[in-house]
Write a protein that binds this ligand. Structure first.
Ligand code: PHE
Length: 339
């Protein structure tokens, strides 16, 4: 076949091709080991001199052209096939009622999403952090050196390679500060682990949501504002908050944030041990050592941090009495919450 015949043949075949599966055959027919174009190139060995140059050039141009045309055709046919598939009638009857029960979200997922939505609307980014981390991030970077007694409250599970399961979401603070620098507004929900004996109020696996806000003029009043706003939206009613002093090595000053009792509204009842308040969320102003370790100028910037117990929040919001239910996988308990 001479070049013109091959070109004509190729154009006809391309014209007639309508299935993507057949295009591979077409490619082999022209460009495969024994394909027309490959054979024409092999035929060059019988030609010499000037003619070899011209003919060789022409066959190589045809080869390039064929490669492009075939590739374009494959794309065009695939697109058409996809369109046909999308528009085809479904193979099943959509009107038959389903027998499977609809799934539902875990109560912790529900409160987590609600909190994320609220903080995102206030300009906070939502960050992820692994469950496995190391001593530096979980403790040292947040001002808990090796011999600090605060470590006793957060005994955890260590891996053979020296890493550990994070005991609090504060473990992510250093990495996030280093990633973004200041100013910074971020929340980071996550699963935490502590080596604890379990009972109705304690679990070795639970969820927290940390929040940090760092800027040139951040004070405790910003912290109170954001917490009050967030909690009022989560509980869908106006929530009063109060701060009591609390100690955490990574904040100075540190606080325990209480909310007005959800049951009695502050009057005093058995749920709040007659005090009118429920303990909800440790928080405070980020310690300058933690800012420095995160690469942030502690002379110029200040910030607040809070460690909201998502598990505790879900228990309060939905009136769940035993924390162990949350990790139990008991669908009868867990599937009754919708929002
Ligand atoms: N990380 C602390 C804990 O889990 C909580 C906390 C976070 C306290 C942020 C203050 C500021 O115990």
């Amino acid at each position: 076949m001479n070049i013109e015949e091959i070109r004509k043949n190729l154009n006809e075949d391309l014209e007639n091709a309508s299935e993507s599966g057949k295009l591979e055959e077409l490619r082999v027919k022209f460009l495969g080991k024994k394909g027309h174009i490959t054979e024409a190139l092999a035929g060059l060995r019988n030609v010499s001199g000037e003619e070899k140059k011209t003919l060789g050039g022409a066959i190589n141009r045809l080869k390039k052209e064929a490669e492009i045309l075939i590739a374009e055709k494959i794309i065009a046919i695939k697109l058409k096939e996809e369109e046909l598939m999308v528009n085809a009638a479904p193979l099943y009857d959509l009107s038959v009622p389903s027998k499977t029960a609809a799934g539902s979200y875990h109560p912790i997922t529900l409160v987590q999403r609600k909190c994320e939505e609220i903080f995102a609307s206030m300009g906070f980014t939502i960050e992820e952090y692994p469950e496995v981390t190391d001593d530096y991030n979980c403790f040292e970077a947040v001002n808990i050196p090796k011999d600090h007694p605060a470590r006793d409250m957060q005994d955890t599970y260590y891996l053979e390679n020296g890493q550990l399961l994070k005991t609090h979401t504060s473990a992510a603070q250093n990495a996030i500060m280093k990633k973004y620098g200041a100013p910074l507004r971020a929340i980071f929900p996550g699963r935490c682990f502590r080596n604890e004996a379990t009972d109705a109020c304690h679990e070795n696996t639970f969820f927290q949501m940390e929040g940090i806000m760092i800027d040139t003029d951040i004070s405790i009043s910003n912290l109170i504002y954001f917490m009050k706003k967030m909690l009022s939206e989560v509980f869908e009613k106006d929530i009063e908050v109060r701060l009591r002093p609390g100690f955490f090595p990574f904040v100075e000053p540190g606080f325990e944030l209480d909310i007005s009792c959800l049951i009695c509204g502050g009057e005093g009842c058995p749920s709040c041990k007659n005090s009118g308040w429920l303990e909800l969320c440790p928080c405070g102003m980020i310690h300058p050592n933690v800012l420095k370790e995160g690469g942030i100028d502690s002379e110029k910037y200040t910030g607040f941090a809070f460690g909201l117990g998502l598990t505790r929040l879900a228990m309060m919001k939905y009136g769940i009495k035993d924390i162990r239910d949350l990790n139990s996988g008991k669908l009868a308990n867990l599937s009754q919450f919708v929002s």
